[in-house]
Write a protein that binds this ligand. Sequence first.
Ligand SMILES: [Zn+2]
Length: 130
Amino acid sequence: MGECGPLRIEGVDRRLLDFFQDLKKELPTAHITSGFRTKEEQTCLYKKMPPGMAAKPGTSSHESGRAIDIGGIDYTSKELRKTVTKVLGKHPDVLWGYYFKVSDPVHFYVPKTSPVWPAALILGSLGLFF
Ligand SMILES: [Zn+2]
């Protein structure tokens, strides 16, 4: 991540690190370029990047340790993407930013499980919601 802060692996979701270890067995040049980010670091990145290229501070999955960026490999290669897809197959909780509307191939993440929903369902069952 460079100027905005150090590479932080502590605080990254174990499932992402397990995925990375498996990926590295297939693609030894792969390395993590960004892991956990503080809100300050995300703010720095957001200001530095062209519009739309970095998530707004407070909204990035990196800020909750649910994302890593992986560099050192050529995502334009179809063969490579096949290998990535194969490894992802063994890690069903890990999703790939390659499929974002604005593709972000270096970005791998585990989706947030929202605590809002159980509360909404309880309120709904009491007729207080919806
Ligand atoms: Zn990312």
